[in-house]
Design a protein around this ligand. Structure first.
Ligand code: PGA
Length: 250
């Protein structure tokens, strides 16, 4: 049985004091869950969040990393730097980074390889635009993004990679993919992985859904056969709401 991984993506929100307050409020609410609880916070919140989440079941992640270890890359943070302070997870290739910061399938692949080599747990985002969905290209887009992201990885590395299927048109818009569409698209991703890496790998890869997940739709989505939890943006900014999503199965 694949574990459900429910990850908050705070994006560019919350200063350290707010992060600490949030974790204090969330920790008792999610302490009994069997689901994996992750908060992907801004770089400036990482250290404080790690300290504060120390004796809880809340795992801390970053929202991006560079694929080089160090060097003249002003403003960037390396995987080694994340690892050095105890960060466990890292989001790679979020559609906002692809759209605004020149992230490509190639840089996603490099970052993924680097994260895995360091023992970071990567959450790789794939997803189609509204245009692509409406013109029937969604399958081609998400399977191609998946294939290129995973290129050159060994089977055991693919198994350690979490994929987040996030239709771009559903992110921050309040529009959620229907549970059937989300499940079908995630099945396409799983089939693509099976073609290249075999059934065992495909069956063990955790694939989340993301895009306007909230407490009101989490149960419907996460109970689908192929949806292994979610990557949650807006609704992860409120501890009570995020706890309800984590505890969707209670
Ligand atoms: P949203 O964002 O839940 O606010 O739609 C999801 C994401 O971008 O990861």
């Amino acid at each position: 049985m694949r574990k459900k991984v429910i990850a908050g993506n705070w994006k560019m929100n919350k200063v350290p004091n707010e992060a600490i307050e949030f974790i204090s409020e969330l920790a008792p609410l999610v302490k009994d869950t069997e689901n994996e609880v992750v908060l992907c916070v801004p770089y400036t919140d990482l250290f404080y969040s790690l300290l504060h989440a120390q004796d809880t079941n809340i795992k801390i992640g970053a929202q991006n990393m560079h694929y080089e270890e160090k060097g003249a890359y002003t403003g960037e943070v390396s995987g080694e730097m994340l690892k050095s302070i105890g960060v466990e997870y890292v989001i790679i290739g979020h559609s906002e980074r692809r759209a605004y910061y020149g992230e490509t399938d190639e840089t996603v692949n490099k970052k993924l390889k680097k994260a895995l080599s360091l023992g970071l747990k990567p959450i790789v985002c794939v997803g189609e635009s509204l245009n692509q969905r409406e013109s029937g290209e969604a399958k081609e887009v998400v399977t191609t993004q998946t294939r290129l992201a995973l290129e050159g990885l060994k089977n055991d590395e693919v198994e350690k990679t979490i994929i987040a299927y996030e239709p771009i048109w559903a992110i921050g818009t309040g529009k959620t993919a229907t549970k059937e569409d989300a499940n079908e698209t995630i099945k396409w991703i799983r089939e693509e992985i099976e073609k290249i890496y075999g059934k065992d790998v495909a069956e063990s890869v955790i694939i989340q859904y993301g895009g306007s997940v909230k407490s009101g739709n989490a149960k419907d989505l996460f109970e689908m056969s192929d949806i292994d939890g979610g990557l949650v943006g807006g609704a992860s900014l409120d501890a009570q709401e995020f706890a309800k999503i984590v505890n969707y199965d209670k």
